[in-house]
Design a protein around this ligand. Structure first.
Ligand SMILES: NC(=O)c1ccc[n+]([C@@H]2O[C@H](COP(=O)([O-])OP(=O)(O)OC[C@H]3O[C@@H](n4cnc5c(N)ncnc54)[C@H](OP(=O)(O)O)[C@@H]3O)[C@@H](O)[C@H]2O)c1
Length: 228
């Protein structure tokens, strides 16, 4: 069984990943920014092997504190799931630049910040995996002219993780980005195609298939490769 760290574990896709991995007998280190408000997660932790941890992924000191708390804990899998949809104003002629910078911090920089902070932990097992939840909206091949800040943050995230995959391959750390589908969460809204449970089950299948030969990929939740 594995030690799996998941960000944004309090709701949506992250909560479902936490539940499904825990029910398979893994130890989940479930991270969120407000533990007091994470009642669904803390309830789940009462009956499963789940350690709930508070971390502000946008803040280097907070991430460093988490890493310090976890010193010497092997981590087999880091799942960067937390993400923000970005500011209200993010169109071609109306951009909230401070909101865009925050979106980059959470969606693009925080996944690398987590990877860096937990690299020692990821090096402890013989091999480890880093999966980051991206979006089809970060694909340069998709002409969907909306949500500029969000799309740009996920496109940059994809590049960061592709580069990390190249560099970390020699250390037996495999890296991928996964589009989770259009999912019924607070972000995706109630009309979305998939339940969070369906998306999480697909994501778990994709991560199972991640290996040294296909590291650096961009995948759909259903296991099909996603065009960059
Ligand atoms: N739902 C979709 O259709 C869809 C499609 C493509 C990609 N995605 C991606 O899937 C991932 C999970 O999203 P979801 O659909 O499960 O949405 P969600 O239910 O809204 O959950 C988002 C998670 O990210 C956390 N988060 C948001 N802003 C944050 C911030 N500034 N700092 C730290 N944590 C923050 C949230 O924490 P709080 O509860 O504390 O806000 C929550 O845990 C995201 O990366 C998203 O971009 C979703």
């Amino acid at each position: 069984m594995s030690n799996i760290l998941i960000t944004g574990a309090n709701k949506g896709i992250g909560l479902q990943l936490t539940e499904q991995y825990a029910k398979r007998g893994n130890t989940v280190i479930a991270c969120c920014r407000d533990v007091d408000a994470a009642s669904a997660l803390t309830d789940l932790a009462g009956s499963h092997d789940i350690q709930v941890k508070q971390v502000m992924i946008g803040d280097g000191d907070s991430v460093a504190k988490l890493a310090s708390d976890l010193a010497a804990t092997p981590i087999d899998m880091l799942i960067n799931n937390a993400g923000t949809g970005g500011p209200k104003a993010q169109s071609v002629m109306d951009m909230d630049y401070a909101g865009w910078a925050d979106t980059f911090n959470i969606n693009t920089m925080a996944p690398l910040r987590m990877l860096q902070a937990l690299k020692t932990n990821l090096n402890l097992p013989a091999s480890a995996k880093v999966a980051t939840i991206t979006s089809q909206m970060g694909a340069l091949s998709l002409d969907m002219a909306m949500a500029y800040a969000y799309c740009a943050s996920k496109a940059a995230l994809n590049k960061v993780m592709k580069l990390a995959a190249i560099e970390l391959k020699k250390e037996n750390i495999q890296v991928c980005v996964i589009h989770p589908g259009w999912v019924q969460t607070d972000m995706g809204g109630p009309k979305a195609d998939l339940t969070a449970a369906e998306s999480a089950a697909g994501i778990i299948g994709v991560i199972e298939q991640l290996n040294a030969d296909n590291t650096g990929g961009f995948w759909n939740w259903n296991g099909k490769p996603h065009a960059w």
